[in-house]
Design a protein around this ligand. Structure first.
Ligand code: KG4
Ligand code: ZN
Length: 339
């Protein structure tokens, strides 16, 4: 089936995003609206506010993409929308928008798994970003974000297996919570990354959860509790003095855990192509450690361009394009699924 342009819609959590990609995996246009301002006072995402804000954002973002590419909806060969997993209200807004546009304009529709989107994000192209590796299967994928820390064996587009995951919190959540304790702005992962830059990460030792366990499972609750106990032992003045060392030690503990389990999974599977994606894959220490490991072991490493690490519609459009090319479509009964 010949598909030239796919419109992607993402609204699984608190980012509203719309993109148009072409058959060359190139992002022709992408507009996103984050909702940090709406949620910052609550220090976390409020599902009802997220859904309402998506209803205000999505159609405007569709218009912006069409205007930038000088195209009309009728020129779209497919609409791909995140249908799972995520906040069900937020997903409902995205899927309803996509179904309505598809029905009104007679365009094929496909519901996409958000995690499959993250898996393929490193292979998106645009004027500035060129992937280091072409899209090829199989690969080992670590999806690491505010809601996920999952390791998959990805055999092909529709065939992948979970081989390990966090038993408690996600890495992004653990980073955000600690950043909050240090008084950094929400969501704190990127702020923590900046604060920890070029700082000795060994000043405060933290636990190494499941380090010796022969599995690809992860756990961050122990690091989180130890981190909060460390912060609690300082008064305000001492905390200010130690803030950057705390940030660096905490970030190192999380990153080392992720890399250690990825190494274990690589040894078990013997896969030579490693994909790391999701919001936390923007982390500079994680990228550095992954790079060193992959160069040493002669492994291929694919990480997304920074703008495609966090939630975005281009990755959803790419999955949509590849699956629709294989003849996979949804109908108007497409419903959001939270997990
Ligand atoms: O993939 P994403 O946008 O949303 C979810 O699906 O959760 O990931 C958001 C997460 C947040 O926890 C955020 O703090 C984290 O990604 N993050 C980072 C960095 N940039 C974003 N964590 C560490 N270092 C960064 N540079
Ligand atoms: Zn995500």
């Amino acid at each position: 089936m010949s598909l030239k342009k796919i419109l992607g819609i993402e609204s699984s959590c608190d980012d509203s995003s719309v993109a148009i990609i072409n058959s060359n995996h190139e992002v022709e246009s992408m507009f996103s609206a984050n909702q940090i301002k709406q949620h910052i006072v609550f220090k976390g995402v409020v599902p009802e506010i997220a859904s309402r804000t998506h209803t205000k954002n999505l159609l405007k973002l569709v218009e912006l993409c069409l205007k930038e590419t000088k195209s009309s909806l009728s020129e779209m060969d497919g609409i791909a929308v995140t249908s799972k997993p995520g906040l069900v209200g937020s997903l409902m807004v995205g899927t309803t928008t996509a179904k309505t546009l598809a029905l009104a304009n007679n365009i094929p529709l496909l519901g996409v798994n958000h995690l499959e989107g993250h898996m393929l994000a490193p292979f998106l192209k645009d004027n500035i970003s060129k992937p280091k590796q072409p899209l090829s299967f199989p690969f080992l994928a670590l999806i690491v974000s505010g809601g996920h820390s999952h390791i998959y064996f990805v055999k092909s587009l529709n065939d992948y297996h979970l081989i390990g995951k966090t038993l408690d919190d996600a890495a992004g959540e653990a980073l955000d919570k600690f950043a909050q304790l240090l008084g950094l702005a929400f969501p704190g992962g990127a702020e923590l990354d900046k604060l920890a830059s070029n700082i000795d990460p060994l000043r405060f030792p933290l636990p190494k959860p499941l380090w010796k366990e022969k599995s690809a499972n992860l756990s961050f609750s122990g690091i989180k509790s130890a981190g909060s106990r460390l912060v609690a032992q300082f008064n305000e003045k001492e905390l200010l003095k130690n803030k950057k060392y705390l940030a660096a030690s905490y970030q190192k503990a999380i990153v080392d855990s992720l890399v250690q389990k990825l190494k274990w999974a690589q040894q078990e599977t013997q896969l030579t192509h490693i994909v790391v994606s999701g919001g936390v894959s923007a982390n500079s220490l994680l990228r550095l450690e992954l790079n060193q490991w992959c160069v040493n072991k002669k492994l291929k490493l694919s990480v997304p361009a920074l703008k495609y690490c966090t939630d975005n519609a281009a990755m959803i459009a790419l999955v949509g394009y590849l699956k629709m090319k294989e003849g996979l479509f949804s109908n108007q009964y497409l419903s959001p699924v939270s997990s």
